[in-house]
Write a protein that binds this ligand. Structure first.
Ligand SMILES: *Cc1c(COP(=O)(O)O)cnc(C)c1O
Length: 369
């Protein structure tokens, strides 16, 4: 007897994978606009250091060779510039990959992963695919909330993920709150501090967590070259982790996860501290300038410690949806935060001064229009 093709059982993904909705990237184009001003993904509008571009081009003659699987040169550069121990650094295909590797190495089906509310959407995807239960710790003040995080921890919790600064609000956990969290968390629960925007923060009470990585066995920090360093297209990030966590990640990391061009460009980028300082400084100046320009406009400006800001629209006939449409009609792509953030808000990436002037002019026209 022949079996009809249509009757045959089909391959079935795991329950966790099947439960996920397809990922949707932020808008990247506007119909009819050749070069829209894309301010939806917090990419650097300054771009990378010239030295990083030169290092990238320098790799063009060496594409036949595998990358250095030990990532030695980039780890040494990071250790020097950030005053860290090179032996506790590992690099990845974006920090996203490193978050995924920690989840795969430590989280089993039915374990729990606590996600602080305004953290990285990819962490939810990887934890769910792993079969874990995700628990959201609310951020009622739009900032990571230690009491809510601790209340969400149970004996089944393996991992807590906190983005600091968070996204889409850009608020960070102050040093004393981070200390309180680390001290109260059970020592077998990993605290992953997602520091994608840490390079922008210029405040005395900020702590990216390096010292906790060096003194505790359960704290890790992930960082990226996608934001301040302007290398999002190359996919390169790094993690600082204590030996036990590093060892587990190294067992499942494929040796060539970070490509040779990315390693070379990132090494040059991190050594160009002048470029990084310029980007950080201009970002802060521009945030202040945008805030001042929108004062009294009827739009609430929520300043972040990162390279973006939130705009809250309270008016009935001047809402976030209308504002997004108006900006797009003017060739500007913002990011509506929808379910992933506070209601009625658009997230906008800080651009160069002339970009920000364009955004401000369009916003004022929208409010007056
Ligand atoms: C952009 C971003 C990252 C960076 O991801 P990469 O994979 O390094 O490009 C991580 N976390 C948050 C919250 C981000 O916004």
């Amino acid at each position: 007897m022949t079996v009809q093709v249509s009757d045959r059982a089909k391959p079935v993904p795991t329950a966790g994978v099947a439960s996920l909705a397809p990922y949707r990237q932020g808008k990247i184009e506007i119909a009819g606009v050749a070069e829209p001003l894309k301010l939806s993904s917090n990419e650097s509008m300054v771009g990378p250091s010239k030295a990083a571009i030169a290092a990238y081009k320098g790799m063009a003659d060496r594409l036949a060779l595998y990358p250095d699987g030990s990532q030695r040169a980039l780890r040494n550069a990071l250790a020097e510039v950030y005053s860290l121990d090179a032996e506790e650094i590992v690099c990845g295909n974006g920090s996203e990959e490193l978050i995924q590797l920690v989840i795969r190495a430590f989280v089993a089906p039915d374990d729990e992963v606590v996600l602080s509310q305004y953290s990285f959407a990819m962490a939810f995807i990887h934890a769910t695919a792993q079969g874990a239960r995700t628990v959201v710790a609310e951020e009622p003040a739009l900032c990571p909330d230690v009491d809510h995080i601790l209340a969400a921890v149970t004996p089944r919790t393996k991992l807590v993920i906190v983005a600091s600064p968070n996204n889409p609000v850009g608020q960070y956990l102050p040093k004393r709150e981070l200390t309180r969290l680390v001290d109260a968390l059970p020592s077998d629960v990993i605290l992953l501090l997602d520091g994608a925007y840490a390079d922008y923060v210029d405040a005395d009470d900020f702590d990216a967590g390096e010292l906790f990585v060096e003194t505790r066995s359960n704290v890790v920090m992930t960082r990226t070259f996608s934001k301040l360093y302007g290398l999002a297209g190359l996919r390169i990030g790094w993690m600082y982790a204590p030996p036990g966590i590093l060892d587990a990640v190294q067992r499942i990391r494929t040796p060539f996860n970070a490509n040779a061009a990315a390693l070379a460009a990132a090494e040059a980028a991190v050594r160009d501290t002048g470029h990084a300082a310029f980007v950080r400084q201009e970002n802060g100046v521009e945030l202040s300038r945008i805030a001042a320009a929108l004062a009294g406009s009827g739009i609430e400006f929520i300043r972040s410690a990162a390279n973006f800001y939130l705009l809250r629209f309270a008016g009935k006939d001047r809402d976030a949806t209308g504002a997004a449409a108006f900006l797009e009609a003017n060739g500007i792509i913002p990011r509506p935060v929808n379910a992933g953030g506070p209601a009625g808000c658009l997230r906008v990436t800080v651009g160069r001064p002339h970009h920000n002037d364009r955004v401000v002019a369009a916003l004022l026209a929208f409010m007056q229009g």
